[in-house]
Design a protein around this ligand. Structure first.
Ligand SMILES: [Zn+2]
Length: 269
């Protein structure tokens, strides 16, 4: 799956999940909380590909996500890729093949999604507003890059960086800590998980069972059989899947916002 589809799927899952919570469990969220959760989940759905580095010195290559903050995030991607490769070799069993690149290993596992989700919440709870600003800045930047890829490319990484910083500061000043901080962590974790599932249905093998050893392999790649899997970047993904995800997101957002708007105008349906 390509960057924009990943980001869209994160947004769609968060919005429809929030809609379901409101509809069936009366769990209401403020418009700000909804917007932040959606952006962070969209950003989180790009996070695992931060293991796809490019050429830092030449400012080239890398996944969508690795280019969000220019050379800086390319460098981060390089580090993440190397750490992932290190963990691969540290835990590989005799039938796991040799690799010279850490892409689609550690950051595409369930323990990773749990770790980033828990880590985010812990950072926010421990360090408060400053951690929230830093994390939101990063996640909103990823979301902008993913959701509005054409625009982000034209605007350049500096504009994306400035907008993310502004949105992060505004949110940190207005988001209540009690429910808001755990929600940020949950959105990061859910987003990363949605990414892994997205890779699985586009034929890209993902070691989702790690660290469960199977037949002397720790990093067994799991994917849909070729016959039913989508081709990453193919027409079906770019046209059909993205349209469907957009429709789901818009409908869920309308469903979430409509009741309070109707109430404000005293329209009861
Ligand atoms: Zn991926």
């Amino acid at each position: 799956m390509m960057g924009p589809s990943h980001a869209l799927s994160g947004a769609a899952v968060w919005l429809s999940g929030s809609w379901a919570l409101q509809q069936f469990y009366d769990y209401e969220q403020s418009p700000l909380a909804l917007a932040v959760g959606t952006a962070v989940c969209a950003g989180g759905a790009l996070l695992p590909d931060l293991d796809l580095s490019g050429k830092v010195t030449r400012n080239q290559g890398g996944a969508t996500v690795a280019r969000t903050f220019g050379v800086f995030s390319l460098f981060v991607a390089e580090v993440v890729e190397k750490i992932s490769l290190g963990v691969y070799y540290a835990t590989k069993l005799s039938r796991d093949p040799k690799r010279n690149n850490g892409h689609r290993t550690l950051t595409h596992t369930i323990p990773f999604t749990v770790l980033v989700g828990w880590g985010t919440t812990t950072l926010c709870a421990t360090y408060g507003k400053w951690a929230v600003i830093g994390i939101l800045f990063f996640m909103i930047g990823l979301a902008l890059r993913g959701l509005f890829d054409k625009w982000a490319e034209r605007a350049g990484w500096l504009i994306v960086t400035l907008i993310s910083a502004g949105a992060a500061v505004f949110t940190a000043a207005n988001l209540p800590g009690d429910r808001g901080y755990p929600m940020i962590g949950l959105a990061v974790g859910v987003g990363s998980f949605v990414h892994i599932i997205g890779d699985m249905i586009t034929r890209a093998g993902v070691p989702i069972l790690w660290p469960i050893p199977i037949k002397r392999r720790m990093w067994t790649p799991i994917s849909l059989p070729d016959k039913i899997a989508l081709r990453a970047g193919g027409r079906v993904e770019v046209v059909f899947v993205r349209t469907a995800l957009t429709i789901v997101s818009v409908l869920a957002a309308l469903g979430l916002v409509a009741p309070s708007v109707l109430q404000r105008f005293n329209l009861d349906l």
